[in-house]
Every structure is written in C-alpha cells, then in structure tokens.
Design a protein around this ligand. Structure first.
Ligand SMILES: Nc1ncnc2c1ncn2[C@@H]1O[C@H](COP(=O)(O)OP(=O)(O)OP(=O)(O)O)[C@@H](O)[C@H]1O
Length: 279
C-alpha cells in the first residue's frame, strides 16, 4: 500500500532522509516515531507530493510518486501539523472546497460532507463559522476534509499535538474508527503512548535513518518485560529484566528509592535511538 525504497532527501549538505525503506500494509495503522528533526515530516511531505525526494522510490497503492504524481496524490489524504482550516467559512464550505479541488460532483460533495461531519461528530455545527470551534474540533474537521475524496491512505502528521489528554483520547477513537472502515493510516507523533495504543506497527526514525520497525509488543519484548528506575545524579537510570523474579531480586539489592514497572514503548525507543522525544 505504501512502499518506500531507499528514500532520500537532502537540503544542501543536510541529509534529512538518508535512505529509508519500508512497506505499510493495506488497512494498517503505522506509526512513525522520531525525535525532533528525525525526518518524519519530510517523509510525509514527499509522499503527499509537497516536496521532491532527492533519491530512491516510493509508491502509494501501486502508483509511483515521481512518474504518476497525480494518481499517487489521489490515493492520499493529508492532515498537516498546523491547523489550516479556513476560519471565515462554515464547516460544510471547508469540506466542499476540498471536494471541488478533487473534481467531485455537487451531490456527491454534499452527501460525503454530511457523512464525514457525522463521523467526526460535528454534524450539528455544519453551518457554523470554523472560527468558533475549539482546537480539538478543528483537528476533527481537518481529518474529515482529508477524507473527502475517499483516499485509501491517510497521513496524519502529529494529529494530537497540543491537545489535552481527554481531547487526544477522543481523537484516538476517531482514528481507530477510520482504520476500521478500511483506510490505511500513516501517523507521526511525539506521544509514544499514542503509538503504543493505536499502531499495528511502529518505526523508529532517527537522523533520517530507520532504527527499528516492528509491532509495539515485539519492540518492547526486545529489551525485556520489567524496568527498574533508579534516581542517580543527573537523572534516572533504568535497568531492564526479562522476568519479574530477576527484577525483584535486583530491587532487593537496592538501597535508595527505586520504581519497578512494566516496560513501555518509550523504553524501547530510548534504548534503540539513545534519545528522548520532546513534544
Ligand atoms: N525546507 C527545509 N530546508 C532546510 N532544511 C530542512 C527543511 N525542512 C526540513 N529540514 C531539515 O530536515 C531535517 C528533518 O526535518 P523534519 O521536519 O522532517 O523532522 P521531523 O522529524 O518532522 O521533526 P519535528 O518532530 O520537529 O517536526 C531537520 O534537520 C530539518 O532541520
């Protein structure tokens, strides 16, 4: 469904993507994680036709982004990081303009907008000015707009950035619903627990290179099952254990204050990239 083969991007001498290869399966929810500047947005910009690769190949539903750019573009819907809906128009008008850009007929546009506004739970606001919506509602509207032309792939570039926990969880439900309807989803996020909760598979990107790619469960299992945090000078030191017994024995040997807990995806990320993720 999404195929990247040795995808590269250089800005002058800066290598934003140093040859990334991966396959995203049809209907999969794929999370692309990395610290600031890893190359996540650059990948999405190239795949959605907003930037050109410096090398390598990419296909969306079988269409080559370089030699069949229009067909490739029709396969994907894009929700960018910053809010870019038109505040002066109504919700329905924002969706309608997008449908026109993709050559949809008037009746189809109307019908599709109704369906999508219901999906994102904004049907009762269809004729309101977008400027009156909250940040979370605007994000939902952006998702509806990206789906207007019935793309098979949805790119979500940090869809929940800056939203509070409750609003984020509501969006997670919406993202799951869209996947259940058959759309392939490629998501970037700074919130690792978001990827752990939502994604079928996760890729760790760092400095333009893939460090790991697997299911959240398999990535976590690579480093162990239990984690022991110890406060040390200058931060927290974490040790990983394959089972509870060995972790408990280690706790018994400690003198200071410690915290024993289950391994999470952030542990795997820190271990494999040597870096944290700063929202
Ligand atoms: N238009 C540009 N001109 C020059 N350098 C750029 C440009 N866009 C991105 N870069 C550089 O390419 C690298 C990858 O940037 P990108 O925005 O893809 O990272 P990211 O993983 O999305 O980061 P963030 O999490 O901060 O959004 C960075 O070093 C960035 O400074």
């Amino acid at each position: 469904m999404i195929i990247l083969e040795n995808l590269q991007k250089r800005y002058g001498t800066r290598e934003a993507l140093a040859g990334v290869s991966l396959h995203v399966r049809p209907g999969e929810l794929f999370a692309y994680l990395g610290p600031n500047g890893a190359g996540k947005s650059t990948t999405i910009r190239i795949l959605s036709g907003l930037a050109r690769a410096s090398g390598g190949k990419a296909r969306l539903s079988g269409f080559d982004i370089e030699s069949e750019p229009l067909a490739a573009k029709r396969q994907c819907g894009l929700v960018v990081q910053h809010v870019n809906v038109d505040n002066d128009l109504s919700l329905a008008e924002n969706l309608d303009i997008h449908g026109r850009l993709f050559g949809m007929g008037a009746a189809d546009r109307r019908q599709r907008a109704e369906t999508l506004l219901a999906t994102v739970d904004l049907a009762d606001r269809r004729d309101q000015r977008v400027g009156t919506l909250s940040g979370g509602m605007k994000r939902r509207l952006m998702i509806a707009r990206a789906l207007m032309h019935r793309p098979r792939i949805l790119f979500l570039d940090e869809p929940t950035a800056g939203l509070d926990a409750e609003v984020r969880r509501r969006l997670w439900g919406l993202i799951k619903t869209i996947q259940a309807e058959g759309t392939t989803i490629f998501l970037t996020t700074h919130y690792i627990e978001e990827a752990e909760f939502l994604a079928n598979r996760v890729a760790f990107l760092d400095a333009g290179r893939l460090r790991a790619l697997d299911t959240p469960h398999a990535l976590m299992a690579r480093i162990g099952e239990w984690a022991l945090d110890r406060i040390v000078e200058g931060g927290i030191e974490t040790e990983y254990f394959p089972d509870h017994d060995s972790a408990r024995q280690a706790v018994a040997r400690q003198t200071g204050s410690v915290n024993l807990r289950r391994v999470n995806l952030e542990d795997a990320f820190l271990r494999m990239t040597g870096k944290g993720v700063t929202p």
